[in-house]
Design a protein around this ligand. Structure first.
Ligand SMILES: C[S@@+](CC[C@H](N)C(=O)[O-])C[C@H]1O[C@@H](n2cnc3c(N)ncnc32)[C@H](O)[C@@H]1O
Length: 358
């Protein structure tokens, strides 16, 4: 079963589908370092170009098209106007699906997508004379933790099918009877040393000058925090955050904003999934990213640093043999932007079992 990945990033979605036996045949990703990561892992069929510049004739036949156009300013009311420039990448996605006519397509995006004009457009396009005529849609917000990912990451998933009525996969993990418990970080971080490695990536690059490829363990990158930052990290216990900072350690911006942004300077917990890993997970001031190891009674038994790229990749369920290309900042963006491969794999298996094998 052949697949195409549009807006492929490093290939988190492709990884999950490949693990389930699908064959990646083509991908588009205009950020050349993300495309390099994709290429190292899945092969040279990735085109590092703006999707709007790739003519229909270049897209090969495929059973499945996956991908999520980036959200360019969703508005709640939304514009269902196909000519609105903010909708152009959605039109591109629809163009490719209309041309390739896969049995199934899968679109991933932030939860707000389901309330946006772009979603309305996708629905309109499935009408009789629209570019997606013949496809039935199903959509919903899935929490990756409910499918065995050690991360509470909620994403809108939309599935279109022209080979039967599509459905979303059933959750397998969580509190409800009959489900397995959510996975925590203890499992996710198994074997990763508490002490991070050097603060820079090894000096290695490909023939095209792009840094890498790097192995997961080479991404165990340390940072050089200021003394005040270390004091702040040390004041935050597992599950805590900026509200645990004593007044003398509170930065003015937070002191003046007593409510909201509860997760910043947050510390993770060993036996719970992480919150959403975003593209700047290496900055504790941006979310709940401090390492979970913290002995309340023993200050020497605390890991006072944010998670490393290696740990973030594990939380996103990338295997350790995945190869990464680009700068530190760029690789973090690839990790934070990705669909967790395990979630993608669950979706791939569900499609195969319910639609594609039928
Ligand atoms: C959310 S990320 C995709 C993540 C991917 N699905 C994964 O699982 O790893 C969206 C990607 O779309 C790419 N992108 C944005 N505009 C594009 C365009 N016009 N042509 C090609 N790629 C584009 C971005 O560089 C970004 O990597």
């Amino acid at each position: 079963m052949r697949m195409i990945d549009l807006f492929a990033g490093c290939g988190g979605m492709t990884k999950g589908f490949e693990d389930e036996g699908f064959v990646p045949a083509f991908a588009v990703e205009w950020e050349r370092r993300a495309a390099a990561t994709y290429e190292e892992n899945f092969g040279p069929h990735v085109v590092a170009a703006d999707i709007t510049e790739i003519p229909d004739s270049e897209f090969p036949a495929a059973d499945v098209v996956v991908g999520g156009p980036p959200c360019q300013g969703f508005s709640q009311l939304g514009t269902r106007d196909p000519d609105d420039p903010r909708n152009s990448l959605w039109a591109e996605y629809a163009r490719v699906v209309a041309h390739v006519q896969p049995s199934v397509f899968v679109l991933e995006n932030v939860p707000q997508f389901l309330k946006s004009g772009q979603y309305g457009l996708m629905e309109d396009w499935t009408n009789n004379d629209g570019p997606l005529a013949g496809y039935e849609l199903v959509s919903g917000v899935l929490n990756a933790a409910d499918y065995g990912v050690p991360q509470r990451r909620k994403r809108a998933i939309l599935i279109g099918s022209r080979v039967g009525t599509p459905s979303l996969p059933e959750a397998t993990h969580g509190d409800q009877l009959g489900r397995e418990p959510w996975l925590g970080l203890r499992e996710a971080f198994a074997g990763i040393p508490f002490t991070a490695g050097p603060s820079t990536l090894p000096d290695r690059s490909r023939d095209d000058g792009i840094a890498g490829p790097f192995k997961a363990e080479e991404l165990h990158l340390s940072r050089n925090p200021k003394e005040i930052s270390l004091l702040r990290y040390d004041a935050v216990p597992p599950g805590g955050g900026r509200f645990d900072l004593p007044e003398e350690l509170l930065p003015a911006c937070w002191a003046n904003k007593p409510t909201g942004t509860t997760d910043v300077m947050g510390r993770l917990e060993w036996d719970r999934p992480a919150l959403t890993i975003r593209t700047e997970f290496y900055k504790p001031e941006k979310g709940r990213y401090l390492h979970p190891q913290y002995d309340v009674a023993n200050p020497d038994d605390r890991v006072n640093r944010p998670i490393t790229h290696w740990e973030a990749a594990r939380i996103q369920t990338f295997p350790d043999d995945f190869k990464w290309c680009g700068t530190k900042i760029e690789i973090a963006r690839q990790i934070g932007n990705a669909v967790p491969p395990l979630l993608a794999r669950v979706i791939a298996r569900h499609l195969r079992d319910t639609l594609l094998d039928a």
